[in-house]
Design a protein around this ligand. Structure first.
Ligand code: HEC
Ligand code: HEC
Ligand code: HEC
Ligand code: HEC
Ligand code: HEC
Ligand code: HEC
Ligand code: HEC
Ligand code: HEC
Length: 437
C-alpha cells in the first residue's frame, strides 16, 4: 500500500509539472488563503489550467492529434469517434476545444463550448438573475463560503468536484462523448445531488415517479428530447430543465430549503404557475394544486419547530451558557469584525456558513436538525416521497426534544456553579482518560 502511495505521489508530481511548486493562487474572496490542488486544473480550467509544456511540442492539425492520441489516449479517441462531434457534417476535431499548439493547450470553459452552442450558454448565464443556488454561480458560492478557507484541505478540495458545474460544461454530458441522452437520465445529476443536505437521489427514487423510472427506465427512448409526450414519467432533468432549458432556477420556490420563504409572493406565484404547467403535461390540475399545498404546509410546520428551537439557543447565548462561546473560538480568516465582536451563529438567522464548524455541542445539534433532517424532510415532500418526509420529521421531533433536555442540563450546571474550565482541565473526562490509557 505504502509503495503504491509513493508511486501515486511521484505520478502526480510528474503529471502536473506546471502546477507543482509554483505560487498558483486561489480564486474568490479568500484567494490569498488557499492554493489550488492539481485537480483544480480540471474543475476550474479557466482559472487553474496550465498547459503542459514538457513532453510534446508542435502545432498540429486535427488529423495529427487523432493519429498520435489514438495510441496515447485510445479511450478518448474512441469516445470522440462515437460522439455527435465526430459524426457532424463538419466534424468538431480536437483543436476546436483544446487549441492546436501543444504547448498552449487549453481545457475548455463554458465560453469555449458557447462559441458553437451560444443558446445553451446564454440559458445557463441567464440563471444568475434568480440568485443562489444556481449552477451558473456554484463556483463562487463554494469558494466564497467562509469555511472554505478554514476547514481541512482534504475536505474543501472536494467541494469543487460538485461546484465545478459552473466552470465546465461536461458535468451532465461527460467527455468525450458529450451525449445528450446521458444528460437526460437522473444518474447524470445524482453524482452531485446526493448526500445528507440534498438527498435528491433517495427522495426521487422513493417517489412514484422514481419507482417507475427504476422499473422501466432502461427501456425508455433516451434519444428523445425532454418534451411533453416523450416520457411516461418525469425525471430530474424533465422537471428541472423543462424542454432542455439549460437553467434550473426559474421555478425554484423553496430553493435549497435552508431558510423560510413566502411561497405566495408575486415572484413565487409566477414560479408556481410554471411548476403547475409542468405537472399538467401528465396530470389534471388538482394533483399539482394539492401537492404544492401539502408542500407549503409541511414547510410551515417545519419552520415553526425550527424557530422554537432557535429560541432556546438564543436564550442560552444571552445567558452565556454556550461553551465554547464565540470569543473562545478562532474567527474565520479575513473576518475582522469577529475579532472585535465575536458572535455565535444560530441557524440561518445569522449566516449559514459558520453554524457547524468550531461550535459548541448544542449548536452542532441544532445544525444537524436544521441542515440534515429539515432538508431531508423538505426534499421528501418536494419529490413526493411521503414516507421519507415522515421519517425525517420524526427525527426532527427527537432532535428538538434532545436539545430541550440538553439546554436544561446546561442551566442546571450553571445553577450548581460548575466551573467549566475546571471541568475540562481536571474533570471526569480528562482524568478518567489519563487513568485508563
Ligand atoms: C506526437 C504525439 C501527439 C500529438 C500529435 C498530439 N498530442 Fe496531445 N498529448 C500527447 C502526449 C504524450 C500527452 C501527455 C499525455 C499524458 O500526460 O499522459 C498529450 C497530452 C494532451 C492533452 C492533455 C494536456 C493536459 O494538460 O493534461 C491534451 C488536451 C492534448 N494532448 C490534446 C492534443 C491536441 C488537441 C492535439 C492536436 C492539436 C494533440 N494533443 C496532438 C501526444 C500528442
Ligand atoms: C467538444 C470539446 C472537446 C473536444 C472536441 C475534445 N475534447 Fe478533450 N476535453 C474536453 C473537456 C471538456 C475536457 C475536460 C477538461 C476539464 O475537466 O476541465 C477534455 C480533456 C481532455 C484530456 C485530458 C485528460 C482527461 O482526463 O480526459 C485529453 C488528453 C483530451 N481532452 C484529449 C482530446 C483529444 C485527443 C481530442 C480529439 C480526439 C479531444 N480531446 C477532443 C473537451 C473536448
Ligand atoms: C466548433 C464548434 C463546437 C464546439 C467548440 C463544441 N461543439 Fe458541441 N456540437 C457541435 C456540433 C456541430 C454538434 C452536432 C450537432 C448536430 O449533430 O446536429 C454538436 C453537438 C453537441 C451535443 C449534442 C450531442 C447529442 O447527443 O445530441 C452536445 C451535448 C454538445 N455538442 C456539447 C458540447 C460541449 C459541452 C462543448 C464544450 C466542451 C461543445 N459541445 C463544443 C459543435 C461544437
Ligand atoms: C457537477 C455537479 C452537479 C451536477 C452533475 C448537477 N448539479 Fe445541480 N447543482 C449543483 C450545485 C453545486 C448546486 C448548488 C449551487 C450553489 O451553491 O448555488 C446545484 C443546484 C441545483 C438546483 C437548485 C436551483 C435553485 O435555484 O434552487 C437544481 C434544481 C439542480 N441543481 C438540478 C440539477 C439537475 C436536474 C441536474 C441533472 C440534469 C443537475 N442539477 C446536475 C451541482 C450539480
Ligand atoms: C456531492 C456534491 C457536493 C459537494 C461535495 C459540496 N456541495 Fe455544496 N451543494 C451541492 C448541491 C447539489 C447544492 C444545492 C442543493 C439544493 O439546492 O437543494 C449545494 C449547495 C451549497 C451551498 C448553498 C447555496 C445557497 O446559496 O443556498 C453552499 C454555500 C455550498 N453548497 C457550499 C459548499 C462547500 C463550501 C462545500 C465543501 C465543504 C460543498 N458545498 C460541497 C453539492 C455539493
Ligand atoms: C445540469 C446538467 C447540464 C449541464 C451543466 C449542461 N448541460 Fe447540456 N444538456 C443537458 C441535458 C439534460 C440535455 C438534453 C436536453 C433535451 O432533452 O432537450 C442537454 C443537451 C445539450 C446539447 C444538445 C441539445 C441541443 O439541442 O442543444 C448541447 C449542445 C448542450 N447540452 C450544450 C451544453 C453546454 C454548452 C453547456 C455548458 C454551458 C451544457 N450543455 C451544460 C444537461 C446539461
Ligand atoms: C416531478 C418533478 C420532479 C422530479 C422528477 C425531480 N424534482 Fe427536484 N423538485 C421538484 C419540486 C416540485 C421541487 C420543489 C420546488 C419548489 O419549492 O419550488 C424540487 C426541488 C428540488 C431542488 C431544490 C431547488 C429547487 O428547485 O427548489 C433540487 C436541487 C432538486 N429538486 C433536484 C432534483 C434532482 C437531482 C432530481 C432527480 C434525482 C429531481 N430533483 C427530481 C420536482 C421534481
Ligand atoms: C411525464 C409525466 C408526468 C409528469 C410531468 C408528472 N407526473 Fe406525476 N405521475 C406520473 C405517473 C406516470 C405517475 C404514476 C406512477 C406509478 O405509480 O406508476 C405519477 C404519479 C404521481 C402522483 C401519485 C403518487 C402516488 O403515490 O400515487 C403524484 C402525487 C404526482 N404524480 C404528482 C406530480 C406532480 C406534483 C408533478 C409536477 C411537479 C408531476 N406529478 C409531474 C407522470 C407524471
Amino acid at each position: 500500500m505504502r509503495i503504491a502511495g509513493y508511486l501515486l505521489v511521484i505520478f502526480l508530481q510528474l503529471s502536473w509539472p506546471a502546477l507543482a511548486g509554483i505560487g498558483a493562487q486561489g480564486t474568490g474572496e479568500f484567494a490569498d488563503h488557499w492554493r489550488p490542488d492539481p485537480m483544480h486544473e480540471y474543475w476550474d480550467p479557466g482559472a487553474h489550467h496550465r498547459p503542459e509544456t514538457e513532453r510534446v511540442a508542435g502545432v498540429f492539425t486535427g488529423e495529427e492529434c487523432l493519429e498520435c492520441h489514438a495510441a496515447i489516449t485510445p479511450g478518448i479517441v474512441k469516445d470522440w469517434r462515437t460522439s455527435r462531434h465526430a459524426l457532424a457534417d463538419k466534424p468538431v476535431l480536437c483543436p476546436a476545444c483544446h487549441g492546436e499548439d501543444h504547448q498552449k493547450l487549453i481545457f475548455p470553459t463554458p465560453q469555449t463550448c458557447g462559441a458553437c452552442h451560444p443558446q445553451r450558454l446564454a440559458q445557463m448565464e441567464e440563471e444568475k438573475k434568480y440568485g443562489f443556488p444556481s449552477h451558473a454561480l456554484a463556483m463562487e458560492r463554494a469558494v466564497d463560503a467562509k469555511h472554505f478557507a478554514d476547514k481541512p484541505k482534504a475536505e474543501v478540495t472536494s467541494c469543487l468536484q460538485c461546484h465545478s458545474v459552473a466552470t465546465k460544461c461536461d458535468s451532465c454530458h461527460t467527455r468525450h462523448r458529450f451525449d445528450a441522452a446521458e444528460a437526460r437520465r437522473p444518474e447524470a445529476c445524482i453524482t452531485c445531488h446526493s448526500g445528507p443536505p440534498h438527498p435528491d437521489d433517495e427522495t426521487f427514487f422513493n417517489s412514484a415517479h422514481g419507482r417507475k423510472y427504476r422499473l422501466e427506465g432502461k427501456n425508455w427512448a433516451w434519444n428523445n428530447p425532454l418534451k411533453k409526450g416523450n416520457y411516461p414519467a418525469p425525471t430530474c432533468a424533465y422537471c428541472h430543465m423543462r424542454d432542455g432549458n439549460h437553467q434550473v432556477a426559474d421555478k425554484a420556490v423553496w430553493k435549497f430549503g435552508i431558510r423560510e420563504i413566502n411561497p405566495t409572493s408575486a415572484e413565487n406565484k409566477i414560479k408556481r404557475k410554471r411548476w403547475m404547467e409542468l405537472c399538467a403535461d401528465c396530470h389534471p390540475n388538482e394533483i399539482g394544486e394539492t401537492f404544492f399545498q401539502a408542500l407549503d404546509s409541511e414547510r410551515s410546520t417545519a419552520w415553526q419547530q425550527l424557530y422554537n428551537v432557535e429560541k432556546i439557543l438564543k436564550k442560552l447565548r444571552s445567558d452565556t451558557l454556550l461553551s465554547p462561546s464565540a470569543s473562545e473560538r478562532p474567527p474565520y480568516p479575513m473576518e475582522w469584525l469577529a475579532t472585535v465582536w465575536p458572535k455565535e451563529r444560530i441557524g440561518f438567522y445569522e449566516g449559514q456558513a459558520s453554524a457547524f464548524y468550531n461550535v459548541s455541542a448544542i449548536e452542532r445539534d441544532y445544525f444537524e436538525m436544521w441542515y440534515f433532517s429539515n432538508l431531508g424532510a423538505y426534499k421528501g415532500m418536494a419529490h413526493g416521497a411521503g414516507e421519507m418526509a415522515k421519517k425525517f420529521h420524526e427525527r426532527m421531533d427527537a432532535e428538538a426534544r434532545a436539545i430541550g433536555v440538553e439546554a436544561e442540563r446546561l442551566r442546571h450546571t450553571k445553577k450548581e456553579g460548575v466551573d467549566w474550565k475546571a471541568l475540562w482541565m481536571r474533570g471526569e473526562y480528562t482524568e478518567f482518560n489519563r487513568d485508563h490509557n
